[in-house]
Design a binder for this molecule. Structure first.
Ligand code: FES
Ligand SMILES: [Fe+2]
Length: 333
């Protein structure tokens, strides 16, 4: 019998500290879209598990990435969000940096003594793209993105992702550990109980989940009679979910903001980017997210409460949780 990850892993700040290094500073993590970094000077700044990052398009048209942390006294080069930057200048005391991250000038610092790299250079992060998705990686030793994605790329290619246009982002904050929400995403066992309208659109007896390449899993299900064509639901470790349909997709990221707080970020893409169509997509995922949020937050309270330690995982419905939780557990060692 497979047993779930211990409740401590979902509540202890020390576990989160370990995961920041062993997962979030190691894996390729989707960060934003190519639509937000389309031309020279465009930037996107945001946070992943306490790492403040800045991506910007340099004058040559390449996306470059840095920790959004000034080597002087930890100021930022850009406020979180998106926009355009003419150059890289710290918002705090005005130190200026080149596009390679090297210090150009330490404004009115007071002496000309040379500063070592540690005290003067921005720390770089790796950036690569897959279709419209921009990924970052904080580790030098992780294999390149396309190697890491493996057969996921082929799997998704049965849908015309390249023809979908990015339309909107929705971010929701959940009062739970990031893994509580991922666990929920990884099984369809709860659909009949908490998602009545999703349940009506699916032939639940055909619901199946499978793990591939030790890096992603797939949910498949036939549509209920009379429902529109079903899609493909992919989850890539550690936090990327892609819900793909023939005419559009929503790409969902589960981003920890602390040990007990998580952002679920949805990016909507479609062939038809009319307001009516995007509003329909948003409403659909909002309904499901409302239902999942209520359950995840009450489950988190129970994980925090100390009565539950770890329960059995269904061999029929919860093998993706076993895979995911085993990977997470290995990262704790
Ligand atoms: S913190 Fe950046 S210039 Fe001072
Ligand atoms: Fe759900």
């Amino acid at each position: 019998m497979k047993i779930a990850l211990n409740a401590e892993a979902y509540r202890e700040p020390d576990v989160y500290k370990v995961e920041r290094q062993s997962i979030w500073a190691t894996e390729w993590i989707m960060f934003c879209t190519t639509a937000e970094l389309a031309k020279s000077g465009d930037y996107f700044a945001g946070e992943i598990a306490g790492f403040n990052l800045l991506l910007v398009v340099n004058p040559e048209g390449s996306i470059v990435g840095f920790h959004n942390v000034c080597p002087h006294r930890a100021g930022v080069l850009a406020w979180p969000g998106q926009g355009t930057l003419g150059n890289l200048v710290c918002k705090y005391h005005g130190w200026a940096f080149g596009w390679d991250g090297a210090l150009k000038s330490a404004r009115d610092f007071g002496n000309d003594e040379p500063l070592c790299a540690e005290h003067s250079e921005l720390k770089k992060v790796r950036v690569e793209t897959w279709g419209p998705l921009v990924f970052v990686c904080l580790s030098e030793s992780t294999p390149p993105l396309h190697q890491s994605l493996g057969s996921l790329v082929d799997k998704a290619s049965s849908f015309p992702i390249e023809t979908f246009k990015y339309a909107r982002r929705m971010t929701r904050e959940l009062a739970c550990n990031w893994k509580t929400y991922v666990d929920n995403y990884l099984e369809g066992y709860h659909i009949q109980l908490i998602h009545p309208s999703l349940n009506r659109s699916l032939k639940m007896s055909t619901y199946a989940v499978s793990v591939h390449d030790d890096s992603y899993c797939v949910h498949e299900c036939e549509p209920a009679d009379g429902s529109p064509v079903a899609g493909l639901w992919l989850f890539r470790y550690p936090n990327l979910a892609m819900n793909i349909y023939p005419d559009g997709m929503n790409v969902e990221r589960i981003v920890p903001i602390g040990h007990n707080k998580t952002h679920v970020v949805y990016d909507y893409y479609s062939v038809d980017t009319s307001e009516a169509n995007i509003a329909r997509m948003v409403a659909m995922s909002n309904e499901i997210l409302d239902e999942d949020q209520d359950m995840c937050e009450i489950v988190q309270k129970n994980l925090d409460g100390g009565i539950y330690q770890a329960g059995p995982l269904s061999p029929k419905h919860e093998m993706c949780l076993d895979w995911f939780q085993s990977k997470v557990e290995r990262s704790h060692r």
